[in-house]
Design a protein around this ligand. Structure first.
Ligand code: AHG
Ligand code: MN
Ligand code: MN
Ligand code: MN
Length: 347
């Protein structure tokens, strides 16, 4: 009898490390700690109501609000704890930042500090938890500035303000019908499916590629009155279908979990937009640059797609704040380039 030989995430990471003979293994160890946090979150999500964790109210019936003014779900908070607790002890991190923490997280002085920064959205799409729709976690790994590594000092906001091109790795976990992990360490994109019995992410999608063309788009159309002209033009042309300027019919999807939309686009193409709009002048976009747009942008670009603000490539944007929001367009290359052209054309 033969069994189908599959690689685990650990084996994949060891293979990837062979490209860097001098690498210490810290980086891989950190990624495996992140994977462990994601497995723990997958377990909590899978138990749903039985875990006693969904919903917004904390155990005592109170609610909390994060730095973005969003009400935190209990699983937002628990997922954040899984990320910090499972990665801080390993000695690989200089500090962390998360959607659910106002300030950078300091590795306790009683533990060893390392050379990487971990930035994450512990639970993306958390408005979908109560209705049993796919959610996920998104993460990005940066190298800490050299003086942080040398001195072991506390991290500050400025240490994290690195453009997306500086990311060493980016990934997401998806808690859907099956739990998956999708990862790039700068050498293409690989997808792993969680075998719940083995407790291991198994390599099932060795080389994920975003198709260059598509006839599917994703945008929250309830914001259309706030869209800027280039976005309105693009969507109008999609809606016009075969008889319009595009000469083909389009399909629309909106899950309200960006991570699930990114996954669909990785598998069958498409374009996702949460563009800059005029809804709230204090918020130039809905999604966050450091732990949503940049990691998803790196994954999509490593898979041959494109990520943009509409005006410039996402990964070259110089961040100015930890929780900065930004307009985000990503997906099939030819569509994203078209949207960028519409932004560049004079109104
Ligand atoms: P989060 O749950 O981490 O705060 O992220 C929220 C997201 C993102 O996943 C999704 O694309 C978007 O917010 C949904 O926005 P709408 O409420 O406009 O649908
Ligand atoms: Mn949130
Ligand atoms: Mn999110
Ligand atoms: Mn979140």
């Amino acid at each position: 009898m033969t069994t189908r030989r599959r690689y685990t995430l650990t084996q994949y990471l060891i293979e990837q490390r062979r490209r860097f003979p001098s690498a210490s293994g810290d980086f891989n160890a950190l990624l495996l700690d992140v994977a462990l946090a994601c497995k723990a979150i997958a377990r909590s999500v899978a138990f749903g109501e039985l875990s006693g964790m969904p919903g917004s109210d904390l155990v005592d019936g109170s609610t909390t609000v994060n730095v973005q003014g969003e009400e935190q779900k209990r699983l937002d908070v628990i997922s954040n704890i899984y990320f910090t607790e499972m990665t801080e002890w390993g000695g690989h991190l200089a500090g962390m930042a998360s959607e659910e923490m106002d300030e950078p997280y300091q590795i306790p002085k009683t533990m060893q500090r390392g050379k990487y920064l971990l930035v994450f959205d512990p639970l993306d799409g958390s408005s979908n938890i109560d209705v049993n729709v796919t959610v996920g976690s998104i993460f990005s790994i940066l190298r800490a500035p050299q003086d942080v590594i040398d001195s072991g000092r506390d991290v500050v906001e400025a240490d994290f303000l690195q453009p997306g091109t500086q990311q060493m790795a980016a990934g997401y976990a998806l808690y859907g019908p099956t739990a998956m992990m999708v990862l790039t360490v700068g050498n293409g994109v690989a997808g792993f499916t969680l075998d719940p019995n083995l407790g291991q992410f198994m390599l099932t999608h060795p080389s994920m590629k975003v198709p260059e063309d598509t006839h599917e788009f994703a945008i929250n159309a309830s914001n259309s009155r706030f869209w800027e002209a280039p976005v309105k033009r693009y969507v109008d042309e999609c809606l016009a279908g075969k008889t319009g300027a595009r000469g083909k019919d389009f399909n629309m999807r909106w899950i309200a979990s960006m991570v699930a939309e990114a996954h669909r686009i990785l598998l069958r193409g498409g374009v996702f937009m949460y563009p800059r709009d005029t809804k709230d002048p204090s918020k130039p976009g809905r999604l966050r640059l450091l732990y949503e747009a940049n990691p998803v942008g790196m994954i999509i670009e490593q898979a041959g797609g494109r990520a943009s603000t509409g005006r410039e490539p996402m990964l070259t944007v110089q961040p100015t704040a930890l929780h900065q929001r930004i307009g985000l367009v990503f997906g099939s290359k030819n569509e994203v380039e078209r949207i960028e052209r519409y932004h560049a054309e004079p109104a």
